[in-house]
Design a protein around this ligand. Structure first.
Ligand SMILES: NC(=O)C1=CN([C@@H]2O[C@H](COP(=O)(O)OP(=O)(O)OC[C@H]3O[C@@H](n4cnc5c(N)ncnc54)[C@H](OP(=O)(O)O)[C@@H]3O)[C@@H](O)[C@H]2O)[C@@H](O)CC1
Ligand SMILES: Nc1ncnc2c1ncn2[C@@H]1O[C@H](COP(=O)(O)OP(=O)(O)O)[C@@H](O)[C@H]1O
Ligand SMILES: [K+]
Length: 480
């Protein structure tokens, strides 16, 4: 599985279960502090360290880490927001482990150092940083944060105000939403999740080949094209056919055995002039489309389809057929004033692939009312009754039963016209070969990100599919 993404509430429940089973909470804090010290020491083996401790558990981890770093012969100075005599519980016990002096936090502002270990606030952040913590957060320099960079809310992934910008973050048991969702994720640096013996239950994971690798389609010696699935892509009108063709090529690249663009008469000649391995079929009415999709396993509708009554009629026809549907772009926007008309037709194995604008049109203000993008996408999937993939630097894929996968394996170079069409093609091409919708969406998003990373600067959407053979060969362990 990928790394679990745990909410603070799930973490608290996991912690409680461990305590109920007899483990001392200070033992857990000790493991956390030691893990933090070892993470810092392994990655940043040189330089003097300022450890900044807050008044709660995060500060407790900091004191334990300071003691461990000193044992590793690192030069450490400890600064605390409150007088150590004011600390209580495990934090007080942790402070007692630190043999050196403790200076007031303010003194850190002018003390020379190479690295900062930020142990001010983690899960207990209750208000924006102010005063000395805010000044320390914004002064720059190399920072390693414990749990989350102080000032960021672990659940919403949003800074409450001033916050640290870390080069590395060590957290425990799994990731928090702030480590994968923006804007928090961009402020965490490299994130390491240490096992401290507190296993948490969650339905959200970070995307990884570990999730879908075992289900990757791969033709055997008995394979032939009809066995690898038939994907059909509904073309836009004559002046906007490129999106459907890019989706179609992407579907073919990931292994669909047959891919056909279904086009109205007016766009036939332009499609015919541009298609080679992808086939072409004419459909001029809803009935034609219903007949055309009968031999398809998966259909894509929406890319550059046009916000027109015929796009809406096409979607309604598709959702009556047996093929699973991948609906993107205009196929979503045509339902913006009556989304319930779409939702009642969707089946659990269909997938919607909105960007944030399209998501808001269908699902209203979920992104504002829910705690974070994972929760918003989950609610959307439950409302729509199918898989929803909400695009972005943090792409969230959720199923109606609450399972969620977050893909951060991507690059901002993917923010370019047509890149979403290619993503829809990857997902649909994998589904056509029989992959279940959620893993196909997760694998499609990962492939899309990997292709984007390989192309890098200068990327245009047409470049993405050419990366697929090398990526798939690597995933299948085949030499090229
Ligand atoms: N969960 C786990 O399994 C494990 C958790 N562990 C560690 O414990 C951490 C959670 O500890 P925690 O609950 O004590 O909260 P923490 O973040 O230290 O802060 C609370 C204190 O800060 C204060 N305060 C808040 N905001 C403030 C502000 N802006 N400015 C000033 N003060 C502010 C707040 O005051 P209050 O809101 O009560 O007024 C309270 O005194 C967690 O992040 C992890 O590092 C590990 O040890 C092992 C496993
Ligand atoms: N900053 C970013 N970092 C990583 N990926 C991004 C970023 N911005 C956009 N993307 C990805 O690029 C694609 C854009 O899709 P979309 O908005 O539908 O564009 P289009 O409609 O032009 O195809 C999505 O897969 C999205 O996740
Ligand atoms: K912190």
């Amino acid at each position: 599985m990928g790394r679990p993404i745990i909410t603070p509430a799930e973490m608290t429940a996991a912690e409680q279960a461990v305590f109920d089973a007899g483990t001392d909470s200070f033992d857990i804090m000790t493991r956390a502090g030691i893990a933090a010290a070892e993470f810092l020491h392994a990655r940043w083996p040189e330089g003097t360290i300022q450890v900044l401790c807050g008044p709660g558990g995060n500060g407790g981890d900091g004191f334990i880490a300071a003691a461990r770093l000193a044992k590793l012969w690192r030069t450490v100075e400890v600064f605390c927001l409150v007088d150590p005599s004011a600390l209580t519980g495990d934090a007080a016990k942790a402070a007692a482990q630190w043999q050196g002096g403790v200076r007031p936090l303010e003194a850190a502002l002018s003390a020379p150092h190479d690295l900062v270990l930020d142990a001010l606030f983690g899960g207990g952040l209750s208000r924006p940083l102010d005063g000395v913590p805010a000044a320390l957060a914004t002064r720059g320099g190399r920072v390693i944060s414990i749990d989350v960079p102080s000032g960021i809310d672990g659940l919403t992934a949003k800074p409450l105000g001033a916050c640290f910008r870390a080069d590395g973050t060590i957290t425990f048991s799994g990731l928090r939403p702030a480590h994968v969702l923006q804007p928090g994720a961009a402020l965490c640096g490299v994130v390491f999740a240490a096992d401290i013996g507190v296993p948490a239950q969650t339905q959200a994971v970070e995307n990884s080949p570990l999730i879908w690798g075992p289900a990757m389609p791969r033709p055997g010696p008995e394979g032939y094209k009809h066995k690898r699935g038939h994907l059909k892509v509904v073309s836009g009108p004559a002046a906007s056919t490129g999106a459907a063709r890019m989706a179609a090529r992407a579907g073919l690249r990931v292994g669909a055995g047959l891919v056909t663009v279904v086009s109205g008469h007016g766009a036939m000649s332009v499609n015919a002039g541009h298609l080679t391995a992808v086939m072409l079929e004419e459909a001029n009415s809803a009935d034609d489309l219903a007949a055309a999709i009968q031999n398809a396993q998966v259909v894509i509708a929406g890319p550059a389809a046009g916000i027109t009554p015929s796009t809406r009629a096409n979607v309604e026809v598709l959702l009556k057929g047996a093929a699973r549907a991948v609906l993107d772009a205009d196929a979503l926007t045509v339902f913006d004033s009556h989304p319930a008309e779409l939702f009642k037709r969707l089946r659990p194995d269909d997938v919607l692939t909105p960007h944030v604008g399209e998501f808001r049109r269908l699902f209203g203000d979920l992104l504002d009312t829910e705690a974070n993008k994972i929760e918003a996408t989950r609610k959307a999937a439950a409302k729509a009754g199918c898989v929803v993939l909400l695009k972005g630097a943090d792409t969230v894929i959720a199923a109606p039963d609450g399972q969620a996968v977050v893909n951060t394996h991507a690059t901002p170079w993917l923010a370019t016209a047509g890149s979403g069409d290619v993503l829809a093609g990857f997902i649909a091409g994998l589904m056509a070969q029989g992959m279940a919708t959620l893993p196909a969406a997760a694998m499609g998003a990962w492939l899309h990100g990997e292709a984007g990373l390989r192309v890098g600067a200068g990327l245009i959407s047409e470049d993405l599919e050419a990366q697929v053979p090398n990526i798939l060969s690597a995933l299948h362990g085949e030499r090229r």
